[in-house]
Design a protein around this ligand. Structure first.
Ligand code: C2E
Ligand code: MG
Ligand code: MG
Length: 562
């Protein structure tokens, strides 16, 4: 490198010097010209004529001419010297600048290469590099007969959070998650970002396959537990994780990552935080199901149906009502959970006809039950997009009128984030619905990001505590505290509070002491067909609520089935 620079320097100096020398030669020629003219003038001045002998005489006798004669040589030498110096300096300058430009170009090239392999927001390796590292890790593990784990981490409801907060806060959240994950990884592990809210952790040299992965997944859950501070706002972010182990669950990068995704969806659906891949998860793999078109077909061909899950009051064990839950028997995948296909319907805009169908069916069912003297209220789940659908209001009120059903028997369940997503329309629509007597329930309460101040201004009748807090409140004191706080909060705001996901007597008892108003869950009943509801009521000797005389005839009430 030093040799190279010296070479270039000498070469450049030569070129520049040649240029400078040319001008020095012009200078010398001009100087000689000046001597020639001066000699002739002096000879004329001293001898009175211009002759060669006169010129020789003045050249011999005049000291000033001697000095002038020396000038071309002095200037030629000086010119050569200065020229060389300038040429060297200029060349050095050019080389310095070239080196700087070269360094800049290298940095830019490096940056561009980094951009190809890294995520610009978090600086983590992107999918390309993750796949590359995973392939290398697999090769190394294979050679040394070791195991490795792939943990796919997907943030829960991140798109909702992102919509509810500012863009900057969303970016902050992703950066902070990335930092926490990086903090957990060892030097030999890779943390990467492979999707908008999807991260991957490749853990090399896992010793005992699943045990190790469980430990790591548990530490990720733990690391995310501390609330995130986004521009001064405290936000809880949870994640669902899918885990695969090499070579148990796959021998190449693609299948390990794909199966980790399948396991992640299972964890998300079951709200278990993380799941190690299991073949059983495959049948619910949303990747495999190209559902959108099929869902539309199923809706049109009438294969969708509703099940109903009872809700009971806790103070006098009376039927509070039933919740309509949509079911889709898919020919290949048996039953697909609505937790999977409803988001799909929301994404494809199919949710409007789906909700409309659910409303049709539930009201028709109410009317059918009414004819048998059974008048429960029904809860219907609606999505964010339904709230800006003007037709929904007309559709519902039209049906209520034509079946003669009291709007008070309709409860619309909506998640807090759905309201936040569409605040203005949502508030408007909820007010209109509540004005005609329809009751509004906030579903999955505790998992969203709503502002309580805002919620208290909405015409809400009920909050429904999310089952993730309820289902383990007998063993998880933190969750029990959250449930108690939500119950107190609801009561302070004058709301009815119901707990969903009650699966054991102990939980029901605890909720009773916490003065929760109502419960729903497998402890009472799993969702069942409408035909089974009357039997269930009989078998469980469930009391029916008081019904206003002016709405239903005495005859209808006498025919009551319980
Ligand atoms: P959700 O409205 O919170 O409904 C309660 C879910 O919890 C139901 O799941 C129910 O089967 C389940 N569940 C009830 N008790 C227990 C229990 O004790 N333990 C456990 N582990 N689970 C219990 P499902 O039917 O799979 O529905 C999932 C979600 O899909 C619903 O959650 C709701 O958000 C959505 N969904 C269902 N039907 C509809 C619909 O017609 N329209 C819309 N927009 N969403 C729907
Ligand atoms: Mg619900
Ligand atoms: Mg719920």
């Amino acid at each position: 490198m030093v040799q190279d620079t010296k070479h270039i320097l000498q070469g450049n100096a030569k070129v520049l010097k040649a240029d400078v020398s040319r001008y020095a030669v012009y200078g010398v020629v001009i100087a000689f010209g000046a001597i020639f003219i001066a000699t002739l003038l002096l000879s004329h001045y001293e001898t009175g004529s211009v002759s060669l002998s006169g010129a020789i005489a003045v050249q011999k006798s005049n000291v000033a001419l001697w000095i002038l004669d020396a000038m071309p040589f002095v200037f030629a030498l000086w010119g050569q010297y200065v020229g060389s110096m300038i040429a060297y300096e200029a060349s050095a300058l050019v080389i310095d600048q070239t080196n700087e430009l070269r360094a800049q170009a290298t940095a830019l090239r490096k940056e561009a290469a980094h951009g190809v392999t890294h995520d610009t927001l978090t600086g983590l390796p992107n999918r390309t590099l993750v796949m590359d590292r995973l392939n290398q890790a697999i090769a190394a593990a294979h050679e040394k007969d070791q195991m490795l784990s792939v943990i796919l981490i997907d943030l829960d409801r991140f798109s909702e959070l992102n919509n509810a907060l500012s863009r900057h806060q969303g970016d902050q959240a992703l950066n902070q998650v990335a930092a926490r994950l990086r903090g957990l990884a060892r030097d030999t592990d890779t943390v990467g970002r492979v999707g908008a809210d999807e991260f991957v952790l490749i853990v090399s040299r896992t010793s005992t396959s699943e045990l190790d992965s469980h430990r790591i997944a548990a530490s990720i859950v733990e690391a995310l537990k501390t609330p995130f501070l986004l521009d001064g706002v405290k936000v809880d972010i949870q994640a669902s994780m899918g885990i695969t182990v090499f070579p148990t669950h796959g021998g190449d990068a693609d299948s390990l990552l794909q199966r980790a995704e399948v396991a992640m969806y299972a964890a998300k659906r079951d709200k278990t935080g993380f799941a190690v891949y299991n073949k059983k998860h495959e049948k619910n793999n949303p990747r495999k199901i190209t559902l959108a078109g099929e869902l539309r077909e199923s809706l049109e061909s009438g294969v969708l149906y509703l099940q109903y899950q009872p809700k009971m009051t806790l103070n006098n064990m009376t039927l509070e009502g039933v919740e309509a839950l949509l079911r889709w028997p898919h020919p290949e995948h048996t039953l697909i959970s609505p937790a999977e296909f409803i988001p799909l319907a929301e994404r494809t805009g199919l949710i409007r006809p789906v909700t409309s169908w659910v409303i049709d069916q539930s009201l028709e069912q109410l009317s059918r039950w009414g004819k048998k003297g059974f008048f429960p209220s029904v809860s219907i789940n609606i999505s964010a997009q339904d709230l800006n659908n003007e037709e929904l209001f007309d559709h519902l009120t039209g049906l209520l009128a034509s079946y003669g059903i009291d709007p008070n028997r309709i409860v619309l369940e909506i998640t807090e984030t759905s309201i936040m997503l569409n605040e203005e329309h949502a508030t408007n629509m909820l007010r209109r619905l509540s004005d005609i007597g329809v009751r509004i329930s906030i579903d999955d309460f505790g998992t969203g990001y709503s502002s309580l101040a805002h919620l208290s201004e909405l015409p809400i009748y009920e909050i429904k505590i999310d089952r993730s807090f309820v289902q383990d409140m007998d063993t998880n004191p933190k969750h029990a505290k959250i449930v108690r706080a939500i119950i107190d909060l609801g009561h302070n705001l004058g709301l009815n509070v119901i707990a969903e996901g009650v699966s054991k007597r102990e939980i029901k008892d605890e909720l009773q002491t916490m003065r929760c108003d109502a419960i729903q869950g497998f402890y009472l009943s799993v969702p069942i067909s409408p035909e089974e509801i009357p039997n269930w009521l009989k078998q469980n000797k469930v009391r029916l609520p008081y019904l206003p005389v002016d709405v239903y005839s005495e005859n209808e009430k006498k025919r009551s089935i319980v």
